[in-house]
Design a protein around this ligand. Sequence first.
Ligand code: PLP
Length: 387
Amino acid sequence: MKLASRMSRLGTETAFEALARAKGLEAQGRSIIFLGIGEPDFDTPEHIVDAAKNALESGHTHYTPSPGITEVRQIIAAAMSSRLGYKAAASNVIVTPGGKPIMFFTILALVEEGDEVIYPNPGFPIYESMIRFAGGTPVPMRLHEERGYNPDVDELRSQVSPRTKLIIVNSPNNPCGSVIPEADLEAIAEMANEVDAVVLSDEIYKDFYFEGEHVSITKFPGMRDRTVVLDGLSKSYAMTGWRVGYGLFPHELVEPITRLVTNSVSCTAAFSQMAAAAAIEAPQLSVRSMVAEFKQRRDIIVQGLNEIPGITCPEPKGAFYAFPNITGTGLTSHEFEVRLLEEAGISALSGTSFGAFGEGFARFSFANSQENLREALRRMREWVSTL
Ligand code: PLP
């Protein structure tokens, strides 16, 4: 069968393949500690599950309008308004099955041949994949280890041009756990205004801060009308399998993105939308206690990694990933990932799963118990001593 040539440009997210490999080893009887996939290990809070049950029982089992149930969009808009500090209209909110479709649809709607898209590297792999798929030219915004995995604004300035159609920012960042300093966000906003670029601000980790609070790029002049804010329920409420995300779009993008939703998935599952509304409206106690637990785990893993010869790990400021430099082990990132799984029974990801600038690094998701993290660190220390 001859695939369309565009398929050769579509990448992937290797986290899912790595998970399958690790599960395969586990099925053969090996003890595996899972620090690969980026999903909270907590159960979805009970009040959210109850809301979904009620929704199913009360008939939320049909198609909904493509951009989402009106009341759900209103609830999301109200929460976004109070978080972002300005009035976000419900008519600008589009609900999708997870946060990923927001980037998929935004890039498809905006990018074509000749367009350049600046995106974080290391960064979420779907950005680069989708830019190439849409025919655009990916321009990596390098996140430098020595800057706490943040971009060099001067370097960025040299990359921005009238061909820049879209700039993607992700703070807190996956895979680095870094948070873009406010002054740098402001500089990026100025550049976007200068060249009339749209900004896709991926704020899916906005609740995962170990110090300070989230700042959105929409705060800066001229940004509300040129920024797509990507957010969702997957991480904050441990709802990865429910598939609910949403975007806040500038007016001109609402109709085209809605058309993409209608052409692809029609709408997001009705009962998932109702559960999402309940999650957003209830007191946010479960989010706070989850983040407090993640903070303790961060301290354990960062300290433990730094005690292993050949590995150095800065402290992530947000999200739930540690991104150590592993060059001192003498292994490439890929060798590190493969051998760590096979020889030490730990599933983690190579830094290059997140782009070429991830070479020399590995990503550990600390979405696992403190006990398992300690055991992983013990195994890793022993394994590294055999290299
Ligand atoms: N954005 C980033 C940076 C992510 O890490 C993820 C998930 O790993 C997503 C978006 C998409 O999340 P989902 O589609 O599961 O809501």
